[in-house]
Ligand binder design. Sequence first.
Ligand code: AMP
Length: 395
Amino acid sequence: MNILIINSGSSSIKYQLLEMPSSRVICVGSIERIGSTDAISNYRTDNNKVEKIYEIANHKAGLERITSLLLDAEIGVLKSTEEIDAIGHRVVHGGSDYTATTLVTEEVKEKIKILSPLAPLHNPANLEGILMAEQIFAIAKQMVVFDTAFHGTMPVKAKKYAVPNELYEKDGVQAYGFHGTSHKYVSEKANEYLNNQHTKLISIHLGNGCSITAIQDGKSIDHSMGFAPSNGIVMGTRSGDIDHSIIFYMVNTLGYDLNEVSELLNKKSGMLGLTGFNDLRDIEEEASKGNKQCILALEMNAYRIKKYIGAYTSAMNGLDAIIFTAGIGENSSLMRQLICKDMEYFDLNLDDSKNDLRASNLRELNTEDSKVKILVIPTNEELEIAKQVYQLLSK
Ligand code: AMP
């Protein structure tokens, strides 16, 4: 079965074509800077690697460009769009109604639209991707995998905010949790590796967006992002946890309007707001040259993650392993070192020489005598989505 995975962002489309159940990747690609005259298209198969700049006005044009690459006589991998059996769409917010992979129906599309105010950077783009794919790949089964789905197991005491009950019961004000596909994938890999399904894990996803999940017996029981993907630890451009009084102060006293506050907290804060840089590689390089803002930002980032590790260890009354994943978690030995420093109380001890080795596979970075394992597990959200789509279609 050929399954195309589509991940539409506000100005990008990432895609992967997989053959299931073998999990063979047929091609991988992305189009970034959609809406500009210099959008970048990357496309890779076993035999070809092509990067090109195009004018791509919108998502429809983006998906058409992707289709023509897939069907290209020289570098393409398909003869007809009908060779695609199913499309798995990554959708960020599924609210509390969708806790599993779902076939796209009119009702599902309407729900994604209704939930857009809760994930304004993601849900509208995700829906656009579905609508376009329905037109272009008319025969394929369209399925959605929600980022929120894995967190459907969070107990009420963890997901409810201490505000009047009505807001929870009538208006859906609660923590939903995000990056669920990634947390599910790496925690299942960890359980396989540890040969134990009844583990207490903390999964630390550090990429452009960052989040932490407490996972007990394979189920998400608490998570650092909340109502929207903005809460929790420090991210590339998002602030993470702040006291909500700051928003009132900015509006009532400093004269910001609410859109400006939202823009500032989501797009101009986090590591970017603290240092002027968004990419952790630049921040690490600046820090190594003695840039004090960058050194402090790295310390703040690690400090907040350490606090979540402490909180989630007490929530689970124990800890078997922490998992580092995504761009920063998989690649930054410095962040891992700052996070794992001075954690002897938890019996969590990093082996510095293992931590410094560069590799791209699942690996264990703790010392031999560390009770808590420290794992690096490369995430693969596309494969997880393909697995879920395949399972649903094989039922
Ligand atoms: P992701 O969202 O998972 O693709 O992660 C993207 C982020 O990972 C980038 O913004 C970088 O900050 C970070 N990253 C990628 N490679 C490295 C690296 N070698 N060292 C430090 N950070 C990295």
